[in-house]
Design a protein around this ligand. Structure first.
Ligand code: F55
Length: 807
């Protein structure tokens, strides 16, 4: 605590009596990072000493969530700090709440990256995360009359105690300009890129502490600054205002995270961001991380670059450029190294989510890279045509360069051609990648495709977010070893049949529900009854995820009760909780948000369903809210159309916190159900092959509307204006889309979903049996630790190993 007071006095410049909560939080954060510093330096020292093969995780997003609690846990400081602070009259929990989470990601993909670096540190794997230090992360969502309104996320304004800026280590990255032939000293003709402009990338280092192992890895996020040349040139011209504008232009590159999820917009600034962080990272790795005299032909023994979706794929031509243009290697030598050091993780199945950059844009921004991509493609097509001599259609399908609708570079094809491995993120997803999306490639490169099912870190999403359950598990297992060895949860299985354990398990769930109720009152003014079933759907708003299906269930129950078709006494009291952000430009998603809020307003105000149906839609669902929402859930909604959700990771978080899943046969749900068994999972809906068949034979949503009275009543009620003060036009686009298009077969799965919900009600009516299932969900969920995902990547993709510390 001496340390802490010193930070308060000398770091924050206040004494205890005048310190604000933010001062106190910042001082604590600095104290903790001080403590971790020795271990960080030691890790770095060991790393450069041992020179073991490392992993560089390249990701445009790291959705970290709050840092304080995780750092305290990793360093085993929680109890000491709590006690010490309370001696000073300070409540640790108050300081925890003061932290603004770094929301440097959109959703699943960004959070996955954060879970992975946590696991890599915990497992002693030499690794580094590379990404972008956005000044504004994912927008803060507010509701105005139930409609989403976005506000900037200024997460840096109150200070950011976890980062270490290194302006002296800035690297320069160039854009634009032109490429021409030039003659080398020895007479060889080479290509020379004369860039048009450049910016600086300033690294900001973040500690990534392993759990209880004294290791601290590094996450390096890049921030854009104007170069001095940039400034000087214009200052010298005497145009001060123009010089300042130039600075703004450069700094724009890392200004804001694109809030698009699953639908890349092809914007120029986005390509600038991608190249910016990738070029900074490669340069940093080659010039700073590797020893000075390192022979780059040995690069594959020292590093594997994992590409988190296509966003960092421009790294492939960038490394070619470094080796061929800067190091003067031959094309073939460079290619033989490049094709050994990258692997690509695909996170989607939606064709519209695969990035394609227009040749016009790429050629203007990165002319040399475009040339390199063309050459990679030429050689790739040469091999392809040799393997399939008379199959020009196949060559066109597989080409890295698309000709239609405009000339474009297919980043997923580039990644597949150059990558050592290509992986999907759940068994079904990887299968569909092989069979459908990248089928031609899977035939051509049979050994390249593999699966690594996603995982989540048990540190954040069980140990920290659910202390009650963690206590129970620790007692049952006999130690807290499960926190870094999640397979030990299996030992809970026999306790599912122990009535006393079930009672305590239920008590934990009830306490988590009360905690959520309290948080939502304070955070949003939402009042909930903890003695209802908490039925939760939290994820980005996307049509394929089918929040509308959930909503049609709510509307059906409401319609049936208010018309007397259903006796209110027969309805299981439920709280329907939603959390979802819509991409600001995604109109249908924003409409659906408006509709959820409108239904909620009507249902919550109607005395006819009071105490039975409640809709809660807290704004701005984020990692912090997830940490209290998920442990309080009874029912986990994972209802995407089969074949569309690559994996899902929320589904794993719910399972491990003792919620039962109602879900389709999609993504990692498939593996969840295999593990827990059909008795402990509410499966419904079309399977992926059935979906394909329905679509093939012509899908007519209206036929479901016409033949299913429940569905008709629910849709008619929405269309009637019942939730929009009688105005029939407000939600007409949602209703008419479902009736006439329904790309994601909501209406086709509606009845099956209602039937499954009836099975949920029946099961919930037997608390002992329900609790037994919930315990089995936890006991059989160990597979979904991101530690296991990391082991799979190490074995199947990276061929790297943990380096245990010498103790
Ligand atoms: C973000 C930006 C763009 Cl341009 C495209 C996609 C995304 C994005 O965030 N995708 C994403 O989150 N995908 C999700 O990845 C998760 C982790 O693998 C999966 O669990 C989930 O199924 C998938 O939708």
């Amino acid at each position: 605590m001496r340390e802490y007071l010193r930070e308060l006095n000398f770091g924050q410049g206040v004494d205890l009596s005048r310190a604000s909560v933010n001062d106190q939080y910042l001082a604590l954060a600095r104290t903790v990072r001080h403590y971790l510093m020795v271990r960080w330096l030691e890790t770095l020292r060991r790393q450069s000493e041992v020179q073991a093969k490392s992993v560089a995780y390249l990701s445009a997003e790291f959705l970290l969530g709050r840092q304080l609690d995780n750092a305290l846990l990793a360093a085993d400081l929680t109890d000491i700090v709590e006690e010490g602070l309370s001696g000073l009259g300070i409540d640790l929990d108050t300081l925890r709440q003061a932290e603004v989470e770094p929301g440097l990601g959109n959703g699943g993909l960004g959070r996955l990256a954060a879970c992975f670096i946590d696991s890599l540190a915990t497992m002693n794997v030499p690794s580094i995360g590379y990404g972008i230090r956005y000044e504004y992360g994912i927008f803060r969502q507010t509701f105005v009359d139930g409609w989403q309104v976005e506000k900037p996320d200024s997460w840096l304004t109150l200070g950011s105690p976890w980062e270490f800026p290194h302006p002296e280590m800035a690297v320069e990255v160039s854009f634009g300009g032109s490429v021409a032939d030039w003659e080398d000293d020895d007479g060889t003709v080479r290509r020379r890129w004369t860039p048009g402009w450049s910016v600086l990338g300033v690294p900001y280092n973040y500690m990534v502490p392993g759990y209880g192992n004294g290791r601290v890895n590094t996450l390096r996020l890049w921030s854009a600054r104007a170069t001095r040349a940039f400034d000087l040139e214009i200052f010298n011209s005497g145009d001060y205002a123009q010089a300042v504008r130039a600075q703004t232009f450069a700094e724009n590159i890392s200004k804001v995270l694109y809030p698009e999820d699953s639908t890349p917009q092809g914007k120029e600034l986005r390509l600038q961001q991608q190249y910016f962080f990738v070029a900074c990272s490669l340069k940093d790795f080659v010039d700073q991380v590797l020893p000075k005299d390192f022979d780059l032909t040995n690069l594959p023994d020292r590093i594997h670059f994992q590409l988190n979706d296509t966003h960092p794929v421009i790294a492939i031509p960038e490394l070619m450029r470094i080796l061929v243009d800067e190091k003067k290697w031959s094309w073939d030598d460079a290619w033989s190294v490049v094709r050994q050091v990258f692997s690509y993780t695909c996170h989607t199945l939606l064709p519209e989510a695969l990035e394609v950059w227009s040749v016009e844009l790429l050629g203007r921004l990165l002319p040399r890279h475009l040339e390199i991509i063309y050459r990679i493609n030429e050689e790739f097509l040469l091999g392809l045509r040799a393997a399939y001599p008379d199959d020009e259609l196949r060559a066109r399908r597989m080409s890295i360069v698309a000709e239609f609708p405009e000339r474009g570079i297919r980043m997923a094809h580039l990644a597949t051609v150059a990558g050592v491995k290509v992986n999907g993120v759940a068994a079904l997803h990887s299968q569909l990648l092989r069979d459908k999306v990248l089928h031609d490639f899977a035939e051509y490169y049979p050994g390249k495709f593999t699966n690594v099912t996603n995982g989540i870190t048990p540190r954040r999403f069980v140990r920290l977010s659910n202390p009650g359950l963690s206590g129970l598990i620790t007692e049952a297992v006999g130690s807290d070893a499960w926190v870094s060895d999640l397979d030990r949860l299996r030992e809970l299985e026999p306790l599912a049949d122990d009535a006393e354990f079930r009672r305590r398990f239920r008590e934990v769930k009830a306490a988590n529900k009360r905690r959520l109720v309290q948080v939502l009152v304070e955070r949003d003014g939402i009042e909930l009854d903890p003695d209802t079933m908490f039925d939760v759907m939290v994820k980005r708003l996307h049509e394929y995820k089918r929040q509308t299906l959930k909503l049609l269930h709510v509307v059906t129950l409401y319609q049936q009760i208010t018309t007397g078709a259903l006796d209110v006494e027969d309805v299981t009291p439920r709280t329907f909780a939603f959390g979802a952000k819509a991409a600001p430009g995604y109109r249908m998603a924003k409409q659906i948000i408006g509709l959820i809020n409108a239904v909620g307003r009507t249902v919550n105000a109607d005395p006819a369903v009071q105490g039975r149906l409640t809709v809660a839609f807290p704004a701005n669902y984020n990692v912090t809210l997830a940490e209290t929402l998920i442990p309080a859930a009874d029912l986990s909604e994972q209802i995407s159309l089969a074949g569309k959700e690559a994996s899902g990771t929320g589904n794993m978080k719910f399972m491990l916190n003792g919620a039962l899943t109602i879900g389709t046969d999609d993504g990692a749900n498939v593996e969840i159900r295999e593990l827990v068994g059909d008795d402990n999972f509410f499966l419904f809906g079309l399977t992926e092959p059935e979906v394909a068949e329905v679509v093939e034979s012509g899908y007519h949503p209206t036929s479901y509307y016409e033949t299913n009275p429940h569905l008709r009543h629910a849709l008619d009620l929405i269309a009637s204006g019942a939730f929009s003060d009688g105005d029939r036009s407000v939600f007409e686009p949602v209703v008419s889309n479902l009736l006439h298009e329904d790309r994601f077969l909501v209406l086709a799965d509606f009845q099956a979903y209602l039937d499954a919900q009836a099975r949920v009600d029946a099961a919930y009516a037997d608390p002992e049996a329900w609790t037994r299932s919930a315990i089995l969900n936890v006991a059989r969920g160990g597979f979904f630790s991101s530690d296991r995902s990391m082991r799979d990547y190490l074995d199947r993709v990276w061929h790297a190993h943990p380096v245990p510390p010498i103790s």
